[in-house]
Design a protein around this ligand. Structure first.
Ligand SMILES: [Zn+2]
Length: 288
């Protein structure tokens, strides 16, 4: 990582929808029912230049899949997610086990205890680890307390490296998570707890992400992850979601994200293999 920029992948959700996934259903179910589609998406990202792809398990915690009545299949769905990606990767390609937020809140804002969150993440991490991921990526976290539940759960069941990315809103006084955690608080506390690689994904566009990376770089010397959204989503009258940053506009800020100190870059919501291909070109130019 110190030697060159590592390229992650782009969005999974939009790629599933493009291939016929019906919105509102459980994306992780396709790891078992349509594995060939998930496999094709992973392959398209590796072909575009990704060094690492993220498993189709963003919403795979027990709490999240229980909304679809699939709580008994939590382990199975995550295990399958890992295996699909593992079978696609070639030499020098890697698979990260994606662990997104539960979508719920801890007490007092919500009704869950820290133990319940930790347990839900532990089960997911076990499925991903047994399925053969190379490391875990706890991502899109909007509450530092929840991120630590996920970290404890993951560490309880495996010895894999566990990376963490938080998601921040850009407000007039700076960048803060939904639960009000500052960038400094997140970076310092994650580093203090031995997280080897950390950063941010989602919510921000690539220009805002460049500013955030600069702030994070001022707080730590750890390798940093930056995965911006393709700008803001909007819904058309026929129900299609589109994003404000096309590939050309998005990648204009990639050199700045790298200059400001990111070590692992990739896309998030609204980005696809075309964005990743363009990012791969920029990284290659940087090497010459
Ligand atoms: Zn996103």
């Amino acid at each position: 990582m110190k030697k060159r920029i590592v390229l992650l992948d782009g969005g999974m959700g939009t790629e599933l929808i493009r291939r016929g996934f019906p919105q509102g259903e459980c994306p992780e179910l396709w790891n078992v029912e349509k594995p060939e589609v998930v496999e094709a998406i992973h392959r398209s990202y590796f072909d575009a230049g990704s060094d690492v792809v993220l498993t189709n398990s963003f919403g795979g915690s027990r709490i999240k899949v229980s909304a679809h009545g699939l709580e008994k299949r939590c382990y199975e769905l995550n295990h399958a997610a890992a295996q699909i990606a593992k079978e696609v990767k070639k030499e020098n390609e890697f698979v990260a086990g994606s662990m997104g937020p539960t979508g719920k809140f801890l007490r007092p804002q919500g009704e869950y205890s820290e133990e319940e969150f930790e347990e839900a993440y532990a089960e997911q991490a076990k499925g991903l680890a047994d399925g053969g991921v190379d490391f875990l990526l706890i991502e899109t976290q909007y509450d530092l307390r929840e991120a630590f539940c996920a970290l404890r759960g993951a560490r309880r069941v495996c010895d894999l490296p566990v990376f963490v990315t938080m998601t921040y809103n850009h407000v007039p006084r700076g960048f803060f998570t939904l639960m009000g955690n500052s960038v400094a608080q997140c970076v310092k506390e994650l580093e203090k707890n031995g997280v080897p690689v950390l950063g941010s994904n989602c919510t921000l566009n690539s220009e805002e992400m460049a500013d955030l990376v600069k702030i994070m770089r001022g707080l730590t010397s750890l390798p940093l992850i930056a995965q911006a959204n393709a700008g803001k989503p909007s819904l058309s009258t026929d129900g299609k979601v589109s994003y404000s940053q096309g590939p050309e506009d998005y990648i204009r800020f990639i050199p700045r994200i790298i200059e400001n100190g990111a070590n692992l870059i990739g896309g998030c919501c609204g980005t696809d293999p075309e964005y990743i291909r363009k990012m791969a070109e920029i990284i290659k130019i940087g090497k010459n």
